[in-house]
Design a protein around this ligand. Structure first.
Ligand code: ADP
Ligand code: MG
Length: 259
């Protein structure tokens, strides 16, 4: 129970299809994210970005295709030719290898910043509280919140709450961090402090997939940019290629709107 998985974190998405009520929202996604790299996913609203992230850590069950983390299927195990769904406890263990940061922080309102960070490693990973607390303090300092350990979410700004949420995700020692529009709910003046923290993580070699409309962030932090539209990856490549010399009309049209 105390064995905690550690990085790398190679994500492989292969031929993933997903429909809701007969409407296909992911139409054959192929994507490989190498350990230690930052992938930024861009695309218009409704293009399937959140569904892709949620499929990667099996919050959504895909209809076709598969996701693997370090060569291990996510959500399933193989038995001969057949795939069997993982039991809940195995799925939960596997899911803790992904850290997920949402647009809407989702902190526990009745817990302090410190306890928000400490909760999951203790309850889900069975790690000793004292050890986790020490690590949580260091993580809060790392996201610029030293001295605010005792604050409740309502006493923190949106940017501070999101930084607690990032520390909370890191406390699980995930192999891969998934960010779904982490700054979209913030007042403009608070966006920079959160992006700064994510950029620090990026430069320290954390594997991450970041859905965002922040083109400047993509330029500074991404190893690779993926542009999605209508459930497909339309274009992918290094930021200077996709952002400065897009090949597809739909990428050009999207960039013209957000830049
Ligand atoms: P994005 O994050 O790029 O804005 P989403 O992945 O949230 O796109 O959504 C893609 C499409 O799937 C949208 O048309 C959305 O309305 C639809 N969708 C997403 N989640 C659900 C759901 N749980 N049930 C039905 N439709 C959904
Ligand atoms: Mg979304």
């Amino acid at each position: 129970m105390t064995a905690v998985a550690t990085p790398p974190g190679r994500v492989e998405v292969h031929g993933v299809h997903k429909s809701y009520a007969g409407v296909e929202v992911l139409s054959g996604i192929d994507l490989v994210v190498e350990p230690g790299t930052v992938t930024v996913v861009l695309g218009p609203s409704g293009s399937g970005k959140s569904t892709l992230l949620r499929s990667i850590n099996h919050l959504e069950k895909v209809d076709r295709g598969f996701v693997a983390l370090d060569g291990e299927l996510v959500g399933y195990r193989r038995k001969g030719e057949k795939l069997h769904e993982l039991q809940e406890k195995d799925l939960l263990r596997q899911r803790t290898r992904f850290g997920f940061v949402f647009q809407s922080f989702n902190l526990f309102p009745h817990l302090t910043a410190l306890d928000n960070v400490v909760e999951a490693p203790v309850s889900a990973q069975g790690r000793p509280r004292r050890e986790v607390e020490e690590e949580a303090r260091a993580l809060l300092a790392r996201v610029g919140l030293a001295g605010r350990e005792g604050a409740y979410p309502r006493q923190l700004s949106g940017g501070q709450q999101q930084r607690v949420a990032i520390a909370r995700a890191l406390a699980m020692r995930p192999a891969v961090l998934l960010f779904d529009e982490p700054t979209s709910a913030l007042d403009p003046e608070l966006v920079g402090e959160v992006l700064g923290v994510i950029e620090d993580l990026a430069s320290s070699g954390t594997t991450m997939i970041v859905v965002t409309h922040e083109i400047g962030f993509a330029r500074r932090a991404a190893d690779r940019v993926v542009f999605m539209d209508s459930g497909r990856i339309v274009e992918t490549g290094p930021p200077e290629q996709v952002l400065d010399a897009p090949r597809h009309e739909r990428t050009k049209a999207f960039l013209a709107r957000v830049l």
